[in-house]
Design a protein around this ligand. Structure first.
Ligand SMILES: O=C(O)CCC(=O)c1ccccc1C(=O)O
Ligand SMILES: [Mg+2]
Length: 369
């Protein structure tokens, strides 16, 4: 692939509703969009899921910008890339900074798929023509308000409901949802808000027949999660703790989780996502695709990876309209009866809308080989 340029854009998009987790509240989305252009004028697109603040993990919009500019983009210029599967190895000696790596990796996979005339899903080896999706609901002021939110999304057809919890907003909220909806597929995500001292308290979640408890303990832990998994029947799902196939292997070996949430950004790109998927399939560990409230570009990548056969549980890739008054893509990501029809057009299959991208661009910088 001979590249003409890589352009980084810092983007600001107003969210339709603020999103609250144990990490804080997001009112708008500040992120980096990557455009990789080839000599024939085709463009591939990627999105960094790093946030303004280093709360979910250590990366931010500004650290991503500088790592891409100073290290990762020069590495791309220094190598002849014939297939995007090679990018993992090219970036490997740069420690972590996985969201920065994944944003560039994603743009190059999209570009390569377009050059081959293949959908990204097919290029990755995905088989599903439609994918089942769930929704992630932020912490609400009261349990009643949470039940109203759940009601709305159950009516819209989402295939499973995930609710964010934190100390003080947990057992009674889940109990209220279960009273109203005894049978829906329900799960919780704590974003690391608890410690070993809370295990008795958290074990009460076992009575609600939850699909899983996502990342209850420290963001960098796999030991205490194993202790907790021995105490509860409910499967534990790891999100923050898993950055690579190696992390997944160790967590599975220790019994730290029975399910893994794969986020392309958190693990450094599509190659590593596929490697974790393959390992989990071999070990009988179900996986699903997590979300970071992405714009349509990142959302398109999430749809594509979810078509792999090991993604057996509904992910967090909800409709564009759940987040945005207007997304950056055409068509937008649509969910009907909890299903997304996988686009068959080359690449991610959702076209970026130039006017909309320009409206949301704060600043940009272009790089040439
Ligand atoms: O709707 C989405 O994209 C998922 C939202 C979500 O749960 C989330 C959003 C931001 C940071 C972390 C998480 C998470 O999965 O832990
Ligand atoms: Mg999570």
């Amino acid at each position: 692939m001979e590249l003409h340029s890589i352009t980084l854009r810092a983007m600001l998009m107003r969210m339709r509703h603020p999103f609250t987790t144990s990490l804080g509240t997001e009112w708008d989305k500040y992120f980096i969009l990557v455009e990789a252009r080839d000599k024939e004028g085709r463009s591939g697109w990627g999105e960094s899921v790093a946030s303004r603040e280093p709360y979910y993990n250590e990366e931010t919009v500004s650290t991503n910008w500088s790592i891409m500019k100073e290290f990762l983009i020069p590495l791309i210029w220094a190598h002849k890339i014939s297939h995007p599967q090679e990018i993992g190895a090219i970036f490997r000696h740069i420690r972590r900074n996985n969201m920065a790596k994944a944003a560039l990796d994603g743009a190059l996979w999209d570009l390569y798929a377009k050059r081959q005339g293949l959908s990204l899903s097919r290029l990755l080896g995905g088989e599903k023509k439609e994918i089942e999706v769930g929704i992630s609901i932020g912490i609400q002021e009261t349990a009643e308000k949470m039940v109203e939110q759940v009601e709305k999304y159950v009516e819209e057809g989402y295939r499973r409901i995930k609710v964010k919890i934190q100390p003080g907003d947990d057992i009674p909220v889940v109990a209220a949802i279960r009273r109203r909806f005894p049978d829906i597929r329900l799960m919780v995500d704590a974003n690391s808000a608890y410690t070993l001292a809370d295990l008795d308290h958290l074990a009460q979640l076992d009575q609600f027949n939850l699909m899983m408890i996502e990342q209850p303990l420290a963001h960098d832990d796999i030991i205490d999660h194993a202790t907790f998994q021995k105490r509860v029947k409910t499967p534990i799902c790891l999100d923050e703790s898993i950055h690579s196939r190696e992390d997944a292997r160790k967590a599975i070996e220790l019994g730290s989780c029975k399910i893994i949430n794969i986020k392309i950004g958190r693990v450094g790109g599509l190659g590593e996502s596929k490697a974790i998927h393959d390992l989990c399939q071999e070990k009988g560990i179900p996986v699903w695709c997590g979300g970071m409230c992405e714009s349509g570009i990142g959302r398109g990548h999430n749809v594509a990876i979810t078509t792999l056969s090991g993604f057996t549980l509904p992910g967090d890739t909800a409709a564009s309209s759940r987040y945005w008054v207007q997304d950056l893509i055409d068509p937008e990501v649509m969910v009907e009866k909890g299903l997304i029809t996988v686009p068959q057009a080359p690449g991610i299959g959702y076209d970026p809308v130039a006017r909309r991208i320009d409206e949301c661009t704060l600043y940009s910088e272009a790089f040439r080989p």
